[in-house]
Write a protein that binds this ligand. Structure first.
Ligand SMILES: Nc1ncnc2c1ncn2[C@@H]1O[C@H](COP(=O)(O)OP(=O)(O)OP(=O)(O)O)[C@@H](O)[C@H]1O
Ligand SMILES: [Mg+2]
Length: 375
């Protein structure tokens, strides 16, 4: 078991492409950290530097207390699982899992013990005698994870290990990785571009964009207090609605107004705005689709919108609404309490009204795109 520490890590490919920069992160022993971000943001590059598969252009990498910048991958005591888990097709599952241990000239009995134990953890004992082509995608992925487990590494690195699987299997394997983590109780660094996977797996999430860390926090923290507009949009599905708004300061108090809807900001938000030196100014106001209240008749102090699309999701509806100034937003409402009449009214072209409370409001500086509510 081990901690992993990155200090000012930077990667420049071919003296020109800057793939990762100013990467500072302290991963605790036994922590499960997820790197998440859009394609090309530098997730795999960072993971590959930790694995030793890429040189570090600048900065320091520690595994435990040891500076490992110049340590060979095989001497770093890590194991990595890739997206395209190339198994050796001509040998059995057992031999696939034993392969790296045999290379190390490990004792036969020890190899046997480790393979059986890993197979048991992953529920693939009955397939040990088969060749990979006689397995399903999910079973093959388990073998790939098994190959990493048998090495009993201090740190597990996983680069999009589930992205080759179909949606259902991916959900199932996600739950299995959570259980696996409990059983192995070691340090995990997991890369994905899927925010749901990041939220459900990570003790902490590192959100990246264009080679820079945007925010590091627990799933709850990054959901509740995104530091900038990018994180606000990236975490949560459907994504956070953003409206142009006007912030007004009156003494120590603040009010936000958008599309004729006025929301008095609560004490905590006012305090943060004051601390951040927010003045009366134009802002971007964010609220999540599930945090708005839909009113079926016109009420004072609400926003009017026109319904464009009503997506039936079973337990809830996703309403795509166009506001009076042509901004598009999404509202999520539970179906269980809707009357027949209300359901019938939710059709294309109909008007509806909605509002939201101060506590769900996010505010961003439109120029810097930074949160005005960030401490
Ligand atoms: N070997 C390489 N040579 C030059 N540039 C590279 C190399 N590998 C990656 N890059 C560039 O570095 C940047 C980061 O790539 P990286 O593979 O780390 O992204 P990623 O976040 O893993 O993306 P994805 O989600 O698509 O896997 C990209 O701009 C990519 O084009
Ligand atoms: Mg990648």
């Amino acid at each position: 078991m081990a901690s992993v520490k990155l200090e000012g890590v930077k990667k420049i490919y071919d003296n020109s492409v800057v793939a990762v920069q100013e990467f500072n992160l302290d991963i605790k022993d036994k922590e499960f950290v997820v790197f998440v971000g859009p394609s090309g943001c530098g997730k795999s590059t960072t993971l590959r530097m930790i694995a030793g598969l890429e040189d570090i252009s600048e900065g320091k990498l520690f595994i435990g207390d040891r500076l490992v910048n110049d340590v060979e991958p095989k001497d770093r005591d890590i194991a990595m699982v890739f997206q395209n888990y190339a198994l050796y097709p001509h040998i059995t599952v057992y031999e696939n899992m034993a392969f790296s241990l045999r290379l190390r000239k490990m004792d036969k009995e020890e190899i046997h013990r480790r393979v059986l134990q890993a197979a048991d953890i992953l529920g693939i004992t009955q397939y040990l005698g088969r060749k990979p082509k006689a397995l399903s995608g999910g079973q093959r992925q388990r073998v790939a994870i098994g190959r990493a487990i048998v090495r009993e590494p201090q740190v597990f690195l996983m680069d999009e290990p589930l992205s080759n699987l179909d949606a259902k299997l991916r959900n199932q394997m996600r739950a299995e990785i959570i259980l696996l983590r409990k059983r192995l109780d070691t340090t995990f660094i997991y890369v994905t571009h899927d925010q749901t996977e990041a939220m459900t797996l990570g003790d902490r999430i590192v959100i990246m964009k264009d080679g820079f860390i945007q925010q590091v926090g627990t799933p709850q923290e990054v959901f509740d207090t995104p530091h900038n507009l990018f994180v606000a949009g990236f975490i949560g599905s459907p994504q956070m609605n953003i409206l142009d708004a006007e912030l007004t300061k009156n003494g120590d108090k603040y009010t936000a107004e958008t599309l004729g809807y006025k929301v008095e900001l609560d004490e905590k938000k006012c305090q943060l705005l004051n601390e951040n030196g927010a003045s009366s100014m134009k802002v971007l106001l964010g609220f999540r689709p599930e945090h708005a209240v839909v009113h079926f008749e016109k009420i004072e102090n609400s926003i009017e919108g026109t319904l464009l699309v009503n997506e039936m999701m079973g337990s809830e509806l996703h309403l795509h609404v166009q506001t009076q100034n042509d901004q598009k937003i999404i509202l999520r409402i539970p179906t269980i309490d809707l009357t027949e009449e209300q359901r019938a009214s939710l059709t294309y072209g109909n008007k509806l009204h909605f509002s939201f409370a101060s506590k769900v409001v996010q505010l961003f500086n439109p120029e810097t795109e930074q949160s005005l509510l960030y401490r």
